[in-house]
Design a binder for this molecule. Structure first.
Ligand code: UDP
Length: 245
């Protein structure tokens, strides 16, 4: 069995959520000085990689690319790939908090609005008391504030740096500072801190099971319709994709 599934030229390792959490636990235990970058690869990232060489380079340098988005798993199934389940940034964050509650993992939370960031940390302290939040910063900073934030993260030395700046901004940000962050693992998680803080709601489990999370998001945040036009375009292009000879 191949160890990864190729989606439009991007190799997605065939990992389940449990395997992903286990891999990241090992990374934390190894105490390596090299940052392990996890990209939760959704159709938007895959499509952007087709023409954006700098994003493609960031994806190629990542330690792990997981299948975020039902579209990625569906295309894998149609093309005989081995991706069996989604590993979304939001689900992964909740699983890491659960595991971190037991193992006392430390986190730094970067991103989202100030009130959301503050509330998310309060919720985490309440529901996952074993988790150590070593610091947080909202995501609406100016370029000239970045170095100070990087230094704060470096001093905090978290096991996990959670970056909720939206894709692909988070992925570029992590890659840009990867040698200065002093975190073991860094993950871009989109709007997940809004969900942790209770500002936005995740699609109910049944919608997720029916692969309709995109529809739920469209109905609850209609302003996303333009972004979601990419989904049918991704499906067609990914299904017809031929590797260049
Ligand atoms: N965000 C931020 N700084 C910015 C722009 C966005 O911290 O300059 C946050 C925003 O508040 C939200 C997240 O990034 O929490 C983006 O959420 P979205 O669901 O749009 O993520 P995506 O689907 O783009 O990964």
């Amino acid at each position: 069995m191949s160890q990864s599934t190729n989606i439009m030229g991007i190799p997605f390792p065939n990992v389940t959520m449990n395997q992903t959490v286990a891999i990241l636990g090992e990374v934390v235990d190894q105490e390596s000085n090299e940052l392990f970058h996890v990209i939760t690869g959704n159709p938007e990232i895959v499509m952007s990689c087709q023409k954006n060489a700098s994003l493609r380079k960031v994806v190629d340098q990542a330690g792990l690319v997981t299948a975020d988005g039902a579209g990625i798993v569906m295309v894998s199934r149609f093309r005989g790939g081995q991706l069996t389940e989604r590993v979304t940034g939001c689900d992964l964050l909740f699983r890491l908090l659960e595991e971190g509650d037991q193992k006392h993992w430390s986190f730094y939370m970067l991103g989202a609005e100030e009130s959301v960031s503050e509330e998310a940390v309060k919720v985490i302290a309440q529901h996952y008391p074993g988790v150590i939040v070593k610091g947080r910063h909202h995501g609406y900073f100016q370029a000239d504030e970045e170095q100070q934030i990087v230094e704060e993260i470096c001093t905090a030395q978290p096991d996990f740096l959670i970056v909720a700046l939206g894709a692909p901004h988070a992925e570029h940000w992590i890659n840009k500072y990867r040698h200065q962050l002093n975190a073991r693992v860094a993950i871009g998680v989109g709007g997940s801190l809004d969900i942790v803080a209770g500002k936005t709601k995740r699609a109910p489990a049944i919608w997720q099971k029916l692969n309709l999370e995109w529809l739920y998001r469209l109905l609850s945040q209609p302003s996303r319709w333009r972004r979601q036009l990419i989904l049918p375009r991704f499906a067609v292009r990914a299904l017809l994709f031929r590797e260049p000879k």
